[in-house]
Design a protein around this ligand. Structure first.
Ligand code: URP
Ligand code: ZN
Ligand code: ZN
Ligand code: ZN
Length: 503
């Protein structure tokens, strides 16, 4: 076999183990052909010497917002995907968002396809955001979207007036997705609780950015998460609760998993590394806190972070995604578009933070690769599960993405050897089209030295982005796998007899 590329002298990490040092990866036509010792090379074989560094699968970021209409100053495909590969992410699953007045998903898909085609440095796919789940969409369109276009997941919102669906609609969607083997993602926050608090805050003129975090307390996430799990239990359908920030809400998930329900949880870097003090702003201009407005909001106490880190380590979280959903801070139309006649109003600040580039290095920095063993917060295989393997399996990319094994796409992160890759995160280093990073000044113990996508080096830390904007391919995804719960198809929410009466 004449390999195109051989990566040697590294330590390969997969979702289950850290392999012995020195194994070589043989790559041809963008695929991993074999892993072995002393692989043959010829004059045409490109060789990368990892110099003893760790090699992990290219990141799969399954929660990225690009070129959405509701985020006019956000990242587009070119800049968002460039930022992804610079931080080790080779696959992004972004959203194709249905406007409330759209009665078909076809024009939605066409619209997003136009924005992404030939504009992506990374491989990519979409989840649909469903805001108006008509019968025709659920019965006629979703089956076609899954079978022909490989879109096998949807995201729903329980809050935001322009996006939200009610509980009945959630149930209808869960039933439709269940029969198609699609995964339902859900943004779980109590709309009514939040609105009630916002009314009170506005009455008292408490409208600075910080009050965003007051308006969306943990209980709003706890209640909605429990409700979402109950709806999924009744429908007996798998569900993933996105961007979880509250330990109590995560405990609802853990309890459901203990009962073998197919309930998954996702968290994001900002909930593990940042606290709500950031929203008070670090400078005299206290509007700078607008840089940290996201939903659910950053929480208040270090103890909140601790509970989430435990769920990172103990397996409750299936995925660790960026929720890259940024808006520019300084903007001709008004700072973060949150100033009304020059006065801050938190309800006007677009929600969401940049993070597609920093996600993988931030978590790698907490593994034994960068920390003394007693300080590490997760193992290296767990890091791989959370940043790549689980998202690939859950969203129907297993066998192609998310692992280092024969037959898989050759998507790799080759880290710096030893302690030579440490970085202090700063906006100057970022490749997004956003004017700040919320992780400014955070130290990470390593940074991808090379990012390899389908056998091509697309990021070289010493040179920068070396990939091609047209190289990213659209990924038709298969049915997702349920990673938690019971194998088989037993009804759980009700007993068998009760279900026979109505299903
Ligand atoms: O604050 C956030 N997360 N905004 C982005 C949209 C979403 O809810 O994921
Ligand atoms: Zn959300
Ligand atoms: Zn003020
Ligand atoms: Zn999001």
């Amino acid at each position: 076999m004449d390999f195109d590329l051989v990566v040697k002298n590294g330590i390969i990490v997969t979702a289950s183990e850290v392999l012995q040092p020195g194994l070589e990866i043989g790559i041809k036509d963008g695929k991993i052909i074999c892993i072995g010792i002393a692989l043959p090379t010829s004059s045409s074989t490109h060789i990368i010497d990892a110099e003893g560094a760790y090699i992990t699968p290219g990141g799969v970021d399954s929660h990225v917002h690009l070129a959405q209409k509701n985020s006019p100053t956000g990242d587009g495909w070119e800049t968002g995907s460039r930022s992804a590969i610079a931080g080790g992410t080779t696959t992004i699953i972004a959203f194709a968002s249905q406007p409330k007045d759209a009665t078909s998903l076809y024009p939605v898909l066409e619209d997003y396809d136009k924005k992404a085609k030939d504009q992506s440095y990374a491989d990519y796919g979409y989840h649909f955001i469903l805001t108006n789940p008509t019968k025709a969409i659920l019965q006629d369109e979703l089956p076609v979207m899954a079978a022909q276009h490989g879109i096998t997941s949807v995201k729903l919102y329980m809050t935001y007036e322009a996006m939200r669906v009610d509980d009945r609609q959630v149930l209808d969607i869960l039933f439709a997705c269940r029969s198609l083997g699609m995964t339902t993602m859900i943004h779980a926050e109590s709309h009514d609780m939040i609105n009630l608090i916002i009314e009170g805050l506005e009455r008292r003129k408490n409208v600075d950015p910080f009050f965003h975090a007051v308006a969306r307390p943990r209980i709003a996430e706890d209640e909605a998460s429990y409700r979402a799990i109950s709806l999924a239990e009744l429908a007996d359908a798998p569900m993933l609760i996105v961007h979880m920030s509250s330990e109590v809400a995560v405990n609802h998930v853990r309890e459901a998993q203990t009962r073998l329900l197919p309930i998954h949880a996702e968290t994001c870097p900002h909930y593990l590394f940042l606290l709500s003090a950031e929203i008070k702003g670090k400078t005299h201009d206290h509007f700078s806190g607008a840089k940290h407005v996201c939903s659910p909001p950053l929480r208040h106490h270090p103890k909140d972070l601790e509970g989430l880190w435990q769920s990172i380590a103990n397996g409750t979280f299936s995925t660790f995604s960026s929720d890259h959903a940024p808006s520019k801070y300084d903007h001709p139309g008004g700072k973060r578009l949150g100033l009304v006649d020059g006065i801050p109003r938190f309800t006007k600040i677009p929600n969401g933070l940049p993070g597609v580039e920093t996600r993988v290095p931030l978590l790698f920095g907490q593994t034994p690769a960068c920390q003394p063993p007693e300080k590490a917060k997760l193992t290296l295989p767990r890091f791989v599960q959370l940043t790549a393997t689980n998202a690939a399996k859950l969203y129907g990319l297993d066998g192609r993405k998310g692992s280092i094994a024969p037959g898989y796409d050759a998507d790799l992160i080759i880290w710096h050897p030893n302690d030579t890759g440490a970085v202090t995160i700063s906006q100057d280093l970022m490749h997004h089209d956003i004017d700040y990073t919320p992780f400014e000044g955070v130290h990470v113990g390593n940074w991808p030295r090379y990012t390899v996508l389908r056998g091509q080096v697309v990021w070289d830390k010493s040179k920068g982005v070396v990939g091609d904007m047209k190289y990213g391919q659209y990924l038709k995804r298969g049915k997702g796998q349920v990673l938690t719960g019971r194998v088989g198809n037993l009804p759980r929410g009700m007993n068998e007899d009760e279900r026979r009466y109505w299903l």
